[in-house]
Design a protein around this ligand. Structure first.
Ligand code: ARG
Length: 460
């Protein structure tokens, strides 16, 4: 088959080599963006008097026909036509005749493909921000039900201090808020137009780049044509923002997995997001949470593969850049599904408030309360810490907890202890009294929920 670029060639590549070089199997994902870009380009060619109006009208008609077919999934792509750009150009010529060959005036596939990806990511990143918001909303709703649900807070995965479960959930709300902000900020760099940069050096035709940019809804144009066609920072930034987001989801999934284990029993995942074992009838596995944790690996992988593709590339376009796409598409798909699954898991999980409550009663996570109690009575905190350490050791030897020790024992160790000690020892009091800004105290958590709700309203 004759190539659109075949003029200077006398020999054809073997089919398998052709297949190796082709990107149509995956870049057909960009079909709508490619047509949209072409429509803007040809409109600009008309406006600048580069193509006569009747040619422009014909080309637009043809592109419109292709667009309709693409929307109905009726286009058939061929490997021999290499990529989405050449496939569409060929189809256009078939549709409207030789005049279709004028579309590529003052354009190269290099600025064309870059334009497609800017358009694609703009759309997807906006959608992703909305999906992040859905997870945030699910977190807030679950948190609202659990302000006074007390659970052990951990450091080093050792019980540290009791916290409100809502506070724990809201920690993820704020991580996701930063993720949404990062995506939002990246739109500044995604939403600029490489179109009109040509192959690398610009063009001899009197084009109007700002005009085609504005037709496509871009906020501006790349300043430098060589940068325009070889920049993939915007994709790297997307992959990197997505990696951070996945890391957050993965951490949360790790907790969900732990909490649904027999050892914790803090939550029960809905059947909708769990699976059974083919051999052990009693099993209910948190597969979906595990998968999100696992898929984090592939998103990191996509970031690293593109960083590695880019690191030795001389300016400007190199075919290596074709390798930018599959990881990007894969990341979009992975993130979107992970976010939907995440929101669903949070909405439907059952919180075992009693188990969480029991856990804080059977531990030493109220030890800091006693140290704070003594420090509030004037004892230097370091000495208070030492005294409480001795009390904990004593309890461990006796197989009891701090609340079980009689006042006399406390007083033998330090005369500053009085009856009011027991009031601060309850996990409820421990949480309630942590009323410093951003702390787990109930009043703080209520205020945080209000802020979170306000943030969600702002963004929707
Ligand atoms: N399929 C190519 C890509 O994705 C389009 C650009 C091709 N440009 C070229 N000069 N071969 O990168």
């Amino acid at each position: 088959m004759k190539k659109l670029w075949g003029g200077r060639f006398t020999e054809a590549a073997e089919a398998w080599v052709e297949e190796f070089g082709a990107s149509i199997s995956f870049d057909q994902e960009l079909v709508l963006e490619d047509i949209e870009g072409s429509l803007a380009h040809v409109t600009m060619l008309g406006k600048c008097g580069i193509l006569p109006a009747e040619d422009v009208a014909k080309i637009k008609e043809g592109l419109q026909a292709l667009l309709e077919k693409a929307q109905k999934d009726e286009l058939t792509f061929a490997i021999e036509n290499e990529d989405v750009h050449l496939n569409l150009e060929k189809m256009l010529i078939e549709e409207i005749g030789e005049v279709g060959g004028k579309l590529h005036t003052a354009r190269s596939r290099n600025d064309q493909v870059a334009t497609d990806m800017h358009l694609y990511l703009r759309k997807e990143v906006k959608d992703m921000i909305q999906k992040v918001k859905q997870v945030q909303k699910a977190l807030v709703e679950q948190a609202e039900q659990n302000v006074e649900t007390i659970m052990p807070g951990y450091t080093h995965l050792q019980r540290a201090q009791p916290v409100s479960f809502a506070h724990h959930l809201l920690a993820y709300f704020w991580m996701l808020e930063r993720d949404a902000e990062r995506y939002e900020d990246s739109l500044k760099r995604i939403n600029i137009s490489p179109l009109g940069a040509g192959a690398l050096a610009g063009t001899t035709f009197p084009i109007d780049r700002s005009y085609s940019a504005s037709l496509l809804g871009f906020d501006g144009i790349y300043e430098n044509s060589m940068d325009a066609v070889s920049d993939r920072d915007f994709i790297l930034e997307f992959l990197s923002n997505s990696s951070i987001l996945m890391m957050h989801l993965s951490r949360f999934c790790e907790e969900l997995i732990m909490w649904s284990s027999q050892e914790f029993q803090f939550i029960e995942m809905s059947d909708k997001y769990s699976t059974g074992s083919s051999i052990m009838p009693q099993k209910k596995n948190p597969d979906m949470a595990e998968l999100i944790r696992g898929k984090t690996g592939r998103v990191y992988g996509n970031l690293f593969s593109l960083l590695t593709v880019m690191k030795g590339l001389p300016l400007a376009y190199n075919k290596d850049l074709q390798e930018d796409k599959e990881g990007m598409f894969d990341t979009v798909k992975t993130i979107k599904t992970s976010l939907l699954v995440m929101a669903g898991m949070i909405e439907t999980m059952k919180v075992n408030k009693d188990k969480m409550g029991q856990a804080v009663k059977q531990d030493f996570s109220n030890a800091t309360e006693i140290a704070d109690y003594l420090a509030a009575k004037g004892l230097p905190f370091r000495q208070a810490h030492e005294i409480v350490g001795r009390l904990v050791l004593l309890c461990i030897e006796k197989g009891i907890y701090l609340l079980d020790l009689p006042l006399e024992t406390y007083q033998e160790i330090c005369p500053l202890f009085e009856e009011d000690l027991y009031a601060v020892l309850s996990p409820y009091a421990a949480v309630q009294r942590r009323n410093s800004a951003g702390g787990t105290g109930f009043a703080q958590v209520e205020a945080a929920l209000q802020k979170a709700n306000a943030v969600l309203k702002q963004n929707v």
